[in-house]
Write a protein that binds this ligand. Structure first.
Ligand SMILES: C[S@@+](CC[C@H](N)C(=O)[O-])C[C@H]1O[C@@H](n2cnc3c(N)ncnc32)[C@H](O)[C@@H]1O
Length: 312
């Protein structure tokens, strides 16, 4: 699919529709005046949803009890062979997974995790609509309404993932809301557990302060090694990549950046083809990209012995 085509018809959003009773319930209403119907037809105009959900607040989620209780055939349109190998954390309107679907085979499961009920529902119904038109469409992607800060153990097996994607996570600018950031030292311990040795964690942002925050935490994690970091600055950022050397990571030079993006489809996709990546490009913003790899089995064991990191 051409990444420049978006599933979203406008940026206005909705008042909260009720959380879906179960992840893949059919649309509740066939009444063309209902909010659900607008999702089915792909029209979002006239609706508003909250710009942010608080990941520290309790919510009404209907997540599986464990990864073993996921009904893969139901989530992946009868494709029971699928195994979840990639997670898009905070997937928003899902453009990244719709794009990536054709880059992986049908058994290669990808899961988008989204905390805003209306947004998760939009993804699910968009997928349903595409599959209604063509039963073979997007056999390897699924979306779940869940809080990634709480529910990943219900969804993902340890050491099962090739990749975890964090495309343009919410920046939570104020110091008192930093605890809501999706990438903290404590949560990183969990994310790394879901990655297989050699699996990669991708993080992009257009916010320099968040870039520094993520860089420090990723760099502190003994189970990860940096394979790429870059900043494309078309905006106002004054971040000097040489500063990164103090954090023991080697910044990629401009010519290396393009070569790396050519070699790693996920890196390019996370930076440029997510819905937010396209918005940032339209607005000529900065783009920061971090790619870290989970160390191999031996290194993992050695690092685990001296590892006691925790906190935000
Ligand atoms: C700025 S948007 C980026 C969306 C998408 N990754 C993209 O690049 O277009 C961040 C998304 O993360 C979601 N999010 C924030 N915290 C989350 C959490 N704890 N669990 C799941 N999703 C979360 C938000 O609701 C929002 O849709």
């Amino acid at each position: 699919m051409d990444p420049s085509t978006s599933h979203r018809e406008d940026a206005n959003e909705t008042t909260p529709i009720s959380p879906p009773p179960s992840a893949y319930a059919p649309p509740a209403s066939t009444d063309p005046s209902s909010p659900e119907w607008r999702y089915v037809t792909g029209r979002r105009s006239g609706y508003r949803t909250r710009a942010h959900a608080n990941p520290l607040a309790p919510g009404h989620f209907a997540v599986p009890l464990s990864p073993d209780s996921i009904d893969h055939a139901a989530w992946y349109a009868g494709n029971a062979d699928v195994r979840i190998r990639l997670a898009d954390i905070g997937c928003g309107y899902g453009g990244l997974l719709f794009y990536l679907s054709s880059h992986r085979d049908r058994a290669y499961g990808m899961l988008g995790v989204e905390i805003r009920a209306a947004v998760a529902r939009y993804c699910q119904l968009t997928l349903q609509r595409q599959r209604a038109a063509d039963a073979t469409a997007y056999p390897n992607i699924a979306f779940v309404y869940a809080n990634a800060q709480r529910h990943l153990p219900n969804l993902l097996r340890g050491r099962s993932l090739d990749a975890m994607l964090f495309a343009y996570p919410d920046p939570h600018f104020k110091a008192r809301t930093h605890r809501r950031r999706i990438l903290s030292r404590a949560l990183l311990q969990q994310y790394v557990y879901f990655l297989r040795p050699g699996g990669r964690l991708y993080a992009s942002t257009d916010v320099e302060a968040l870039f520094r925050w993520m860089l420090e935490r990723l760099d502190d994690c003994p189970l990860l090694r940096c394979v790429h970091m870059s900043a494309v600055r078309t905006g106002q950022s004054r971040f000097n990549l040489a500063e990164a050397e103090e954090l023991h990571v080697v910044p990629s030079q401009p010519e290396e950046v393009e070569a790396f993006l050519q070699s790693d489809v996920l890196a390019r996709a996370v930076r440029d083809y997510s819905d937010e990546g396209q918005r940032v490009a339209r607005q000529h913003g900065d783009k920061f990209l971090l790619v870290y790899e989970k160390r191999g089995v031996e290194e993992e064991r050695a690092a685990g012995e001296g590892d006691g990191a925790s906190g935000a």
